[in-house]
Design a protein around this ligand. Sequence first.
Ligand SMILES: [Mg+2]
Length: 104
Amino acid sequence: MFGIYELTKTDPKSLQERALKLSEEAGELAQAVLSVTNAPGSAYKNHSIDDVREEAVDAAIVALSLLAHTTETREEFENELHRLMIGKCAKWSEKISPRRDLPE
Ligand SMILES: [Mg+2]
């Protein structure tokens, strides 16, 4: 089965094109969320929570293809993804549950 790395290396899009595509998918996700939460002016679009899920995954796939674009091998892609996810999630965790043993 083709994974994100292989699909990225088969698809000739440039880094700039992938970044623009991510922006497009982020817009679609925003539109679905605005619709599903009945935001003023957006409720008529009639999206469902399934649309929100699909657009979230579209955005995630394009974001991962940006990472894949910058790597030379599947192993490098997977190692970088793992390393960065661990580090970024740790930072996120610190933000939402700050250590209490440090002075303010
Ligand atoms: Mg989409």
